[in-house]
Every structure is written in C-alpha cells, then in structure tokens.
Design a protein around this ligand. Structure first.
Ligand code: SAM
Length: 347
C-alpha cells in the first residue's frame, strides 16, 4: 500500500474541542498518518502540534481553516468514520482496494453532528464497533488496521527520544541545530564562538557522510563542543561544557562528546599532573572521535591542516598530545576511506 493517509477533522469548535482535536492530531501522527486538516481556523492547535513534531520527530503536518465545502470541492477520496457505517471487520477488503487504487486517502472524523452530504460523498462509511465511541479510539483502530501494526516500528525520532523502560522514565534530549544555536546564544556565546562551532559541525558532517554514526549526536556535540568557553576559556572548558549540558538536561551522550573533545583527549595521568580531578577524558565512541577530529581541523572559523595542528601542539611542547591527535586523525581517515584533510569548508 502506497497511499498517503490524511485526516480531515470536521466541526472543530476551538473553545470546546481544543483537547479532543489535539488528541485526534496526536493519534493521527503516532499511528502513521501524514497530516491533518481541521475545518475551523485554530492557530493554537497548529502551533502545539508543530512543537510536538519538532520535539518528537517525523514529518507530520497540520493545517486549519479548510471548510467542509472547500474540502469536498477537491473531490477527495475519503473514509468517513461513523458508528452508522459498515463494521470495520466487514469493510477491510474495500478499505484495502481504496488504498491500493489511490495516492491519497482522507479519513474523515467529526466533532459535532456530521451533515448528510458527508455520508453520500464518502468512498466508505466505516464503523469501529456500532457503539458511540471517541473519534480518537476509532481513528487509532482504523490506522492500526490499515498499517497492520507496522506504524509502531517506523517512527522517526526528533530531538526528544523516549528510551523504553520497564519502570520509570528515560528521555533522551539531543537538540537539533536551531535548538543548539539557541542554547549557545542563551549562554552568551560570542559571534566567533558561534562561527567556530558551525565550522566544526560542517567538517564533522562531511566526515559523517562516509562513516556509519549517529549524525544527530555528532551535530549536537559539534555545535555545543565549546559551550564551556562561555564560562571557562581554559583546558577545562570541556568539563564545564558537559556540566552546562547536564543542567540543560541534554543527553549524556552529547555531554560525553563535549567532555572528551580537547585535543585528542586527555589521559588520566595528564589530568592528574594538570590538577584536573575528572577522569575518562579520552574520546571512545565514534561520535566523540569524529567531533574531536573535526575540531582539530578547524581554528577559529578557518580550516587548518592536520600537520599545522600537530605542529601547534609540538610547539606548545605537548608531543604526546600531538601524537594522539595524529593517531585519531589516521583512525578516522581509515574509517571514512578518504583523507579527511581534503575537506574544504562550505564547499
Ligand atoms: N466529540 C463529540 C462531542 O463532543 O460531542 C462526540 C461526537 S462523536 C464521538 C465524534 C466522531 O467520533 C464522529 O463524527 C465519528 O467520526 C467518530 N465516531 C464515534 N463513534 C464511532 C464509531 N463507533 N465508529 C467510528 N467512528 C465513530
């Protein structure tokens, strides 16, 4: 089945139906529909649903202010959900045929009384039980039947992800690009810091195109890697940065990228000699290594070669750190299958 499923919500009364229409939209989104069209204009619902999509992911769209007349004038193919229709268990074959023959099928759900013309213009009038039930449950059941349960496994996550948990709640927040920039600005990041962060993200992104890794994690880690500099412009800015992210409730995985991005990482022995009490500052995951290496290929908002970077560390009399940077760079080149020093900014 390739048909796109859209929902048409009829009879929405903004004051009375705010909650139930929001639930219709959330259910439509979670159970695989592509979009919802609401008859009465309601900017609040539109904004709320857009926020959910930004946070929890997917491409679901919402539009309001399309009257029934306008909806019917485009001669849509639609299934009208009504307790007076054909029982869903008897209508499955007709539903499948409709979905197979059309690119876009609407599911029509009412709020207030639905006029007779809807019953005659619909392709099918379908009842989910012949009892009065909520449009939310009727919609969930028909979508689940249409997608045969597969919609539950195919969701694309946004910046907030729920990690399944038998007890308690685990939520992972990996901010998207606009949220990262907002967080950086809120913490007083300078223009130079923002430019540097964007340049590192660009290089990291280019590396990611050739390496299997979590791009959202790399992107957030790259954009936020120097957030600690808004407070502490020393070698401990990675530690400060991860503390800021902890307060922002940002994913521990992003925190680790930020914590471990200095040079090619800091060994426990080096940390001890530098009076740094934290340990475990060497990048371990692919995402940590990619951001670390991308940062080593950018100075300010300019690309620098790996040789220049290695030289800088040697000139600072840090030969071990220089070797570690080069080793990490070689490892990433090997994984990427090309010399990442050929990456140009903004090409
Ligand atoms: N929200 C309305 C109210 O506040 O009065 C309730 C009216 S009714 C529950 C709203 C819609 O639910 C109907 O237009 C229909 O689309 C759907 N509905 C209710 N019972 C149904 C059933 N048994 N099968 C399919 N759809 C049903």
């Amino acid at each position: 089945m390739t048909a796109k499923i859209s929902i048409y919500r009829y009879g929405h009364r903004p004051a009375r139906d705010k909650r139930i229409t929001t639930h219709v939209a959330l259910t439509a989104r979670a159970f695989g529909a592509s979009n919802i069209i609401i008859d009465t204009p309601d900017k609040n619902i539109e904004d709320n649903i857009k926020k959910v999509v930004e946070n929890f992911g997917g491409q679901f769209q919402v539009e309001s202010g399309v009257s029934l007349e306008k909806f019917l004038s485009s001669e849509p193919k639609f299934i009208h959900l009504t307790m007076y229709g054909k029982p869903i268990q008897d209508a499955e074959k007709s539903i499948r045929e409709l979905l197979d023959k059309n690119d876009n099928i609407y599911i029509f759900v009412g709020a207030e009384k639905v006029p007779g013309i809807v019953y005659s213009k619909s392709s099918l009038n379908v009842a989910v039980s012949q009892q009065p039930i909520s449009e939310v449950s009727a919609l969930a059941i028909i979508l689940d039947r249409i997608y045969e349960g597969n919609e539950l496994d195919t969701h694309q996550w946004g910046q907030t992800r729920i990690i399944p948990n038998e007890r308690g709640k685990t939520i992972e927040f990996i901010p998207n690009k606009s949220s990262c920039i907002e967080i950086l600005k809120r913490h007083g990041a300078s223009k130079e810091l923002l430019e540097h962060s964007l340049a590192v993200e660009y290089v990291a992104h280019k590396i990611c195109e050739s390496i299997e890794c979590n791009y959202d994690l790399v992107s957030a880690g790259a954009l936020l890697h120097d957030i600690g500099r808004t407070f502490d412009n020393t070698i401990t800015h990675g530690i400060k940065g991860s503390e800021i992210l902890e307060k922002e409730r940002i994913s521990k995985r992003v925190q680790s990228v930020v914590l471990r991005h200095i040079g090619g990482g800091i060994t426990d022995e080096e940390a001890q000699t530098m009076n740094i009490k934290e340990r475990g500052l060497i990048p371990i995951t692919i995402e940590e290594k990619v951001v670390c290496t991308a940062d080593n290929l950018v100075k300010g908002n300019k690309r620098i070669s790996i040789d220049e970077q290695v030289c800088r560390y040697n000139e600072k009399n840090l030969p071990e750190a220089a070797k570690r940077i080069k080793k990490l760079y070689d490892e990433i080149c090997q994984m990427a299958g090309f010399d990442i020093d050929t990456i140009q900014l903004w090409e």
